[in-house]
Design a binder for this molecule. Structure first.
Ligand SMILES: CC(C)(COP(=O)(O)OP(=O)(O)OC[C@H]1O[C@@H](n2cnc3c(N)ncnc32)[C@H](O)[C@@H]1OP(=O)(O)O)[C@@H](O)C(=O)NCCC(=O)NCCS
Length: 274
């Protein structure tokens, strides 16, 4: 597995192994070249194979009826979808390492081979591994052999259903936090905010100045957790999709970071905050 970064009840440190990154290369957080590669035939083929595998796995797990129900929900979402997300930003220059992980838990930056260990419910390990190979980061908090938490850091571009093509360009100098999940047994112990603080400090060390993340408006536990780590609200993003038509608008936009996000989505700003 990857490289320890922070450990519960020990002073925080950036392990030397951590600096070697994936495939033994120094992790350049701001390496936009690898991360912004446009989609090509390889991506299309990989998507096709992944979709087939996913279909088989879903059938095995949920049976024919379950697959039909999920399919119907997906079709409905294709016809009409409305989502509200709150965007949060954390200026990395001001990050204080004020939180420690609970005792015996350890934060590591994972290698592509560790993808299967991530506590991801919605994505296939091979897809995660491919993204880690592309230069995005997978972080894991482990408790001996168990995975207590995982999240991803996207550099250069990040996935978002509201963006055309499903990806948006992350502004230069920024990184985007996604797919945070604490295993149910470990929730409510401050694992996520402590991990984010250490990851933020690591990102800052490697040249990033801002970490952003989006949280579904109604996701109260997550909104509480990101606030504990020092993230501040910089805008509300509403996606409305009716058939092929998509409308993305930002409201309550705060500061330059909020504006830059709205711009990254090519969204209309309908109201500003501060
Ligand atoms: C959001 C999430 C990552 C927070 O992780 P965490 O390590 O539990 O973070 P915290 O310990 O700081 O808890 C945050 C809030 O979760 C809630 N919470 C506490 N115990 C909980 C439990 N056993 N189960 C669920 N939520 C709990 C509380 O509201 C808590 O805030 P509070 O301590 O101020 O009351 C975690 O709840 C999770 O994995 N949720 C499901 C996936 C998800 O929504 N991911 C975020 C996508 S943006």
């Amino acid at each position: 597995m990857g490289c320890p970064i922070g450990r519960g009840h020990h002073s925080s440190r950036l392990g030397t192994a951590a600096q070697s990154g994936v495939n033994g290369r120094v992790p350049m957080l701001l390496d936009h070249v690898a991360a912004t590669r446009p989609f090509d035939a390889r991506d299309q083929r990989a998507r096709g194979v992944t979709a087939l595998r996913r279909g088989r796995e879903a059938f095995r797990r949920h049976g024919g009826r379950g697959v039909l129900r999920t399919g119907a929900q997906r079709v409905a979402a294709r016809l009409y979808l409305r989502e509200d997300h709150v965007w949060y930003a954390l200026p990395l220059g001001s990050v204080q390492l004020s939180r420690e992980l609970p005792a015996d838990l350890e934060l590591v930056r994972a290698k592509p081979d560790d993808a299967a260990l991530a506590v991801q419910h919605d994505r296939r390990p091979d897809e995660i591994a491919r993204q880690v190979d592309e230069g995005h980061e997978l972080w894991i908090v482990r408790d001996d052999g168990r995975v207590a938490f995982s999240c991803r850091i996207y550099v250069g571009r990040a996935p978002a259903i509201a963006a055309p093509g499903g990806w948006f360009a992350v502004p230069r100098g920024w990184v985007c936090l996604e797919d945070s999940i604490t295993s149910p047994d470990y929730r409510g112990r401050g694992v996520a905010p402590a991990a984010w603080e250490h990851i933020a400090a690591h990102a800052h060390t490697h040249g990033a100045d801002t970490m952003v993340t989006k949280v579904a408006r109604e996701n109260t536990p997550s909104r509480k957790a990101v606030s504990k780590a020092g993230f501040e609200e910089v805008g509300m993003m509403r996606l409305t999709r009716i058939g092929p038509r998509r409308d993305v608008r930002f409201s309550n936009v705060v500061g330059e970071r909020g504006k830059a996000l709205a711009q990254a989505f090519g969204a209309r700003v309908v109201s500003s905050g501060r």
